[in-house]
Design a protein around this ligand. Structure first.
Ligand SMILES: Cc1cc2nc3c(=O)[nH]c(=O)nc-3n(C[C@H](O)[C@H](O)[C@H](O)COP(=O)(O)OP(=O)(O)OC[C@H]3O[C@@H](n4cnc5c(N)ncnc54)[C@H](O)[C@@H]3O)c2cc1C
Ligand code: SF4
Ligand code: SF4
Length: 1019
């Protein structure tokens, strides 16, 4: 065997250019064959290719096309077609890589949608075989009942796939206890680019081609023994290059417990460049049933770093994490009301840094003793009374949440300067951690930037991202900082790539790290396994330069097309100062799209919107699992449109398609780490679309409902005919697109607005001792008047003088007040503004007096705190917003100041358990605790919150025939089954459309919380 030479097939730029300019003929042929030979999805439109051109890195490389296989065998078919046509292949999971691993030329194969099953769970052997598209959290959720888990707990566990994790050799927060991916994979079945399907497992039992590959790599390892000894970083966290050291272990922790070589470890960390994984066999660990946490407070960052090396020696095997939170993150967390109380439970005085030290196992008492050892150690190190001991589970869980959120806050910096990931996972031996972090901080200062430090102190991998402006001098600074950081890594004998892999960002550093001889060995491995150079070419071998701007998302040619926006996006239109993180005034950021482009660019592709477990984001992705229907897919589509990379811009059919299943739930506004607010963007986009294409009949019909409601309600018999006649319903569907399967809200002749007048006058409420203004919206006023009366009764019973808000100008007689929501839903911003203006004028005098304005329908009331502030309505919008509260929010706040005593004594005990479904906008504003708080005013109330995303009705969304199925699937994900499983419960839902969906899907009446309280009033 020749182990000294390898032909390096081509240069990086050559391949990129060659494939980028691949003729339409090749692309056409590829798409045609995929369509005829498979049943998978073949996505070759500009928008689809654009959406798969990025991952959580700074890069953008447009693929020739995307293939989403229906099942594993189709991957082999796609590979065969690519082989015939000489088209490179880029395997992909969740696309959350930070170094550009999944951005590449050729055909992207997305495993995450369908190829995601458990193939074999062998509890006796303690292993599980999974398909590569399976998401870690979903695997662990199904393992939980067996008391085991797969312990490589990456922060992206809710969206990262096991194939992607193996591809990157990912590492979790608890790697000190469990190791990296390579330590936990025990087998892989994978296709080579020539189509051979091989079993990569224990070398000594291998046969055929797998055995031959093993022999080849073994000889390379023998041949390069000297280089392996001298150049290979001796730390746990080394993920660069190929794992040539499987035959001559260099890792702090041997790859296998018995010292036997496992060939699957050659594929782990190879980033899809050697073989395409068909399945992985993973070793499971016992799920810890007990945990304790010690939070060590340090008055100097240096001391914290210096202490890590001593702390990791504690616990005789039970120490599972030592995680850093620095002063900047503590400060940021203290500024957020939701996190401040939690972080206060962890800090003593004003520490410069804290270390979260976790011990886990099965015996809490034993762990408590180990926690005491930590306390003693800190005392010995001159830090007595520096440890906050957390023994109960709840405070520990809360603190881990803050640690995660800290990263999110850091990433939400507005303006063109962003924290950039390129040296964020260098790993150094623990004894040098303090010196390394000090020196790197100075490097940042020298280049006029700064970084916030966090994460894995236990294994010497501290995350840090300097803030750089990648459109201006960012690439230059990136190179300079990378070079200085690498010198430090070399000085301290660390690993330059310690967690996030190589990709486009660190490929060029492989030779720097390992030397030319080992680089040559890697090239030989690549050529031996993939002589066709088909699998993700030009990564670890022949890589591009990390600062090649032609491969970047915000490269030299990136330009925003000027547009006039309907909403005010100036809050995003700012510049920031990398060194101080201060931003300039709104509107000063020189965005030709008036801030909209910068708001869209906040999406850094981290993929949190692909999660399924908690929160609301993103209901449409949860149903379809299509990239286009995730918040990320939408944000990328908008970025392409705004920057001229998508013909037709915001008015294009591609943008319309991407926005079509967005239900405007605002889940992303709250759950997206960088606050991408797609619901607001949808309004803006629809406005532009309407300007070019005009309104649809259904939009006119629904949006004008508040205008004609007073007339329609006079003819309920006629108006409700459609609900009684299937024929009329069908006719209406063909005319309007509103599904015949859905009933429409029933009109009533007698409703709140023409019923008996209740409440005190405006003059009286302004002088009242316990004043409150009730804003009754169109839906509760006309269709469910009982809610409005109930709210009035409850507030009155609590001793408030209630005034019902009404129009001040009688220019439109008979009309009630309206926030404009129905117009916003179809992008009619100017009409919405007219209505909102009238509403604000009516409410302003009360708000100016500090009187609370209480609303019932979350989407209407919260419009006052959201969209009203960006429609150019001036200061009055801010004044009213400051006093606009939901019914439950008002009562919860009043109760906390002891003002509801008179109400509480009038409430009869609850007879049934109470099940609550939150409206998405309630959740987006963090208001669900108020709902449960208020329900608990009822004696003996037993409340359960349904863990649900959007109900799927979302205003008119679920009424539309084209959305009916998706709407039902959203409801069936969690909401409706939970209600069906709780037959005796009383269901509370504050949203009109949520109640409708619940009725349609379960034939159960859900009620507003105001109604629930009113029903419990003792008469
Ligand atoms: C906010 C944030 C936090 C993160 N935290 C962590 C962390 O704590 N620890 C950590 O290690 N990483 C972390 N990462 C990086 C990233 O999330 C992980 O590497 C993750 O495991 C990637 O999973 P994925 O499904 O997104 O893989 P992808 O990005 O889709 O793919 C990863 C690699 O695997 C290859 N691949 C995918 N499927 C196959 C297949 N079937 N066959 C062969 N190759 C395949 C791809 O080509 C690519 O090279 C973080 C990223 C972000 C954005
Ligand atoms: S929309 Fe938000 S959560 Fe989704 S990828 Fe973009 S930044 Fe991440
Ligand atoms: S508003 Fe809701 S549906 Fe739309 S992108 Fe955000 S989370 Fe998804």
């Amino acid at each position: 065997m020749n182990t000294t030479t390898a032909t390096l097939p081509d240069s990086a730029s050559h391949t990129y250019e060659q494939v980028a300019t691949a003729s339409n003929e090749v692309a056409g042929l590829l798409a045609k064959r995929l369509k005829t030979e498979t049943q998978g999805e073949v996505l070759f439109s500009t928008a689809d290719r654009g959406r798969y051109a990025t991952d959580a890195s700074i890069y953008q490389v447009t693929p020739l096309g995307v293939f989403v296989p229906q099942h594993a065998e189709e991957v082999a078919t796609a590979m065969a077609i690519c082989r015939d046509l000489k088209v490179p292949i880029v395997p992909r999971g969740g696309g959350t890589s930070q170094c550009g691993q999944t951005t590449g030329v050729g055909l992207v194969i997305d495993h995450s949608k369908h190829v995601r099953n458990i193939l074999n769970l062998d509890l006796q052997a303690g292993t599980v075989e999974v398909q590569p598209g399976m998401v870690l959290d979903s695997l662990n959720a199904s393992l939980k009942k067996h008391g085991v888990w797969f312990p490589v707990d990456v922060s992206t566990s809710a969206q990262a796939t096991l194939g992607g994790m193996a591809g990157n050799n990912s590492c979790g927060s608890r790697s000190i206890a469990y190791g990296n991916m390579v330590h936990n994979v025990v087998g892989a079945k994978a296709w080579l680019s020539n189509g051979d399907l091989l079993d990569f497992s224990q070398f000594e039992n291998s046969t055929g081609r797998a055995k031959e590959i093993g022999e080849f790599v073994k000889q390379l390892a023998v041949h390069h023994q000297a280089e392996l000894q001298t150049h290979w970083p001796k730390v746990l966290r080394r993920v660069a290059g190929y794992n040539l050291d499987i035959f001559d272990n260099q890792n702090e922790r041997p790859y296998t417990a018995d010292g036997k070589v496992n060939l699957s470890h050659l594929l782990v960390g190879s980033e899809g460049t050697l073989a395409m994984t068909q399945s992985l066999t993973l070793r499971l660990s016992e799920l810890p049933t007990a945990k304790v946490l010690g939070v060590v407070n340090f008055n100097s960052f240096h001391k914290a770093m210096d202490s890590a090396q001593h702390i990791v020696k504690l616990g005789s095997g039970s120490l599972t994490a030592v995680e850093l939170v620095d002063r900047t993150m503590i400060d940021l967390s203290l500024k957020i009301p939701a996190f401040a109380p939690t972080i206060r439970t962890a800090i003593i005085g004003e520490p410069e840094a804290i270390l979260l030290v976790e011990f886990a196992g099965t015996d809490k008492e034993k762990l408590k003793r180990e926690l005491k050892q930590l306390v003693a150690l800190m005392g010995d190190m001159g830090l007595p009374n520096s440890v906050v001991e957390m023994v109960d589970d709840a405070p520990q869980k809360n603190l881990w949440e803050v640690r995660k959120a800290g990263l999110n806050i850091m990433m939400s910096l507005k303006g063109d300067g962003k924290p950039v990931s390129f040296i964020e996972d260098c790993a150094v031996p623990l004894e040098h951690l303090a010196e390394y972090t000090d020196a790197l901080t100075q490097v940042f200062q020298k280049h006029g930037t700064k970084g916030t430090w966090y994460a894995h102190a236990s294994v010497g991998t501290l995350h840090v991202r300097p803030i750089l402006d990648m459109r201006r001098d960012g690439p230059l600074k990136m190179r300079a900082i990378a070079e200085e950081a690498s010198a430090l890594v070399r000085k301290f004998k660390g690993a330059y790539s310690g967690e996030h892999g190589d990709g486009l960002c660190r490929g060029e550093w492989i030779e720097w790290q390992f030397g030319p001889a080992l680089q040559q060995a890697f090239a030989q491995i690549k050529q031996h396994l993939d002589p066709l150079n088909l699998l993700s070419p030009n990564r670890m071998v022949n890589p591009p330069k990390m600062d090649d701007t032609s491969l970047m998302r915000f490269g030299n040619n990136y330009k925003i097309i000027p547009i006039q926006t309907a909403l005010d996006w100036s809050a995003w239109n700012v510049h920031n100062d990398a060194a101080t993180e201060q931003t300039t005034l709104p509107g000063t950021g020189q965005d030709p799209a008036q801030g909209l482009a910068k708001a869209v660019e906040m999406c850094n592709n981290n993929g949190t919107c692909r999660k399924f477990d908690t929160g609301t984001m993103c209901p449409s992705f949860r149903v379809t699992r299509d990239e286009v229907h995730a918040t990320r897919g939408r944000a990328n589509t908008l970025r392409l449109a705004l920057s001229g990379q998508l013909q037709g811009g915001l008015e294009s059919p591609e943008v319309k398609e991407a926005m079509d299943l967005c239900v405007g739930c605002k889940g992303c506004k709250r759950d997206c780490p960088t606050g991408v607010d797609m619901a607001r963007m949808k309004i803006e986009v629809q406005h532009h679309y309407n300007e070019k294409h005009g309104l649809q009949l259904k939009d006119t019909l629904i949006s004008n409902l508040p205008r004609y409601a007073h007339i329609a309600s006079q003819w309920p018999g006629l108006m409700n005919l459609r609900n009684q006649s299937p024929l009329l319903a069908k006719l209406a569907e063909s005319l309007t697109g509103l599904s015949a399967e859905r009933s429409w809200p029933e009109w009533k002749k007698n409703h709140f607005f023409n019923g008996p007048r209740v409440g005190v006058s405006a003059e009286e409420v302004l002088k009242a001792s316990k004043p409150v203004v009730l804003f009754v919206d169109t839906f509760n006023g006309y269709f469910e008047s009982e809610n409005a009366w109930a709210a009035h009764d409850v507030l009155s019973a609590a001793g408030y003088q209630v005034h019902i808000a009404s129009r001040t100008k009688q220019d439109t007689p008979g009309q009630h007040l309206c926030c404009g929501r129905t117009y916003l839903a179809s992008g009619q911003v100017s009409k919405a503004k007219e209505h909102a203006q009238a509403l604000l004028e009516a409410l302003l005098p009360f708000a100016q007096k500090g009187i609370a304005i209480v609303g019932l329908e979350p989407s209407c009331l919260l419009t006052l705190r959201d969209e009203s502030l960006v429609m150019g309505l001036g200061e009055m919008a801010d004044t009213v917003a400051a006093h606009a509260v939901l019914f439950e929010e008002f009562l919860a706040a009043e109760n906390k100041t002891g003002k509801l005593d008179s109400l509480k004594v009038k409430l009869a005990p609850a007879q049934k358990p109470i099940l609550v479904h939150g409206h998405c906008h309630q959740k987006a504003f963090g208001l669900m605790p108020s709902v449960t708080h208020v329900i608990q005013l009822i004696p003996q109330a037993k409340v359960d919150l349904i863990e649900s995303s959007c109900c799927g009705m979302a205003g008119s969304f679920g009424y539309e025939a084209s959305h009916l199925e998706v709407s039902k699937q959203m409801a069936e994900a969690n909401l409706l089954p939970s209600i069906r499983n709780n037959k005796d419960a009383c269901v509370v839902a504050d949203g009109t459309s949520c109640r409708h969906q619940i009725m349609d899907g379960t034939k159960r009446d859900a009620i507003h919380v105001a109604m629930l309280l009113a029903q419990h009033l003792i008469k």
